[in-house]
Design a protein around this ligand. Sequence first.
Ligand SMILES: NC(=O)c1ccc[n+]([C@@H]2O[C@H](COP(=O)([O-])OP(=O)(O)OC[C@H]3O[C@@H](n4cnc5c(N)ncnc54)[C@H](OP(=O)(O)O)[C@@H]3O)[C@@H](O)[C@H]2O)c1
Length: 250
Amino acid sequence: MTRFDPTSSTALVTGASRGFGRAIASALHAEGANVVAVARSREPLASLQHELGARFTVEAADVTDPVAAGTLLEQYRPHTLVLNAGAAPLMRPIQHHTWETFSRNWDVDVRQVFHWVREALLLPLEPGSTVITISSGAALAGSPLSGGYAGAKATTRFITSYAADESERAGLGIRFISVLPKLTPATELGARAVAPYAGRTGRDVGEYLADIGPALTPDDVGKATIELLASPEHTSGAYLLTPAGLSPVG
Ligand SMILES: NC(=O)c1ccc[n+]([C@@H]2O[C@H](COP(=O)([O-])OP(=O)(O)OC[C@H]3O[C@@H](n4cnc5c(N)ncnc54)[C@H](OP(=O)(O)O)[C@@H]3O)[C@@H](O)[C@H]2O)c1
C-alpha cells in the first residue's frame, strides 16, 4: 500500500461547503493536497476557495447524480475520495414519518455512496488510493427520532465493507474506510438533531449536551481524516470517531 503523499495527490471531498466536509477539505488542503470540493451550492464553496487560494477547485454538483459521480471521478482520478455529503433528516418519532420523509437519507446518503463507490471500483482508482465514507455513530446505536437515518448510515458502512472486499479480491489496492462520528451540535445537521433528543428526555439542550459529554468538532473530523490517510495500519474497515479519537469497530 502506497503511503499518503499529500504533495502529489488530489483529494475529492463531497459536502465540502460546510460542517465536517469543509473541515476535511481544509485539513487536506493544509497538508498540501490538491482539493476538489463538491456540494450543490456554489457560493459557500467559492468563499472557501477564496479563503484557501491555490490548489482548491470547486464543483457544484448533486452527489446523488450518477453522471456527476462518473464524470468527476474520471476527470480528477482522486487519490483520496471522501464521501461526506449527507441530508439532514426530519426529526420526529417514527409514526410521524411518511415513507418519503423516512427514506430521505436512503435517497441521498446511500445513493451517493452506492454510485461513487461503484465508479471508484470500476474506474478503478489508482492502487494506494483511499475511499472514506462518513457514516455515523447512529449506525451502531440507532436514532429513534430521525426516521431511516441510522439504517441508511449502517448501509453505507456495509457498502464500504463490500467494496473493500471487492478491492481485495481484484487486487486493486484501494482502501475503503467508514468513519462513524459521534453526534455533535457543531454542524447544521447535528444542531438540528440535538434539541429534539433533549426535549424527548425532558432536558434542555445544555443539560443534554452535558450528559452526552465532550462534543466532536469539525476540526477533529479533519484531523482524523489525515490520521487515517497517513497511517497504513488503519486498514480497510470501520472506525468510531469521538473527541477521544478513532477506534476500530468490530
Ligand atoms: N453532525 C453530526 O453530528 C454528525 C454525526 C455523525 C455523522 N454525520 C455525518 O457527517 C456528514 C456531514 O454532516 P455535517 O454535520 O457536516 O452536515 P451539514 O453541515 O449539514 O453539511 C452537509 C454537506 O453536505 C452537502 N450536501 C447535502 N446534500 C447534498 C447533495 N445531494 N449533493 C451534494 N452535496 C450535498 C451540503 O451542501 P449543499 O447543501 O450545498 O449541497 C453540505 O456541504 C453527513 O454524512 C452526516 O450524516 C454528522
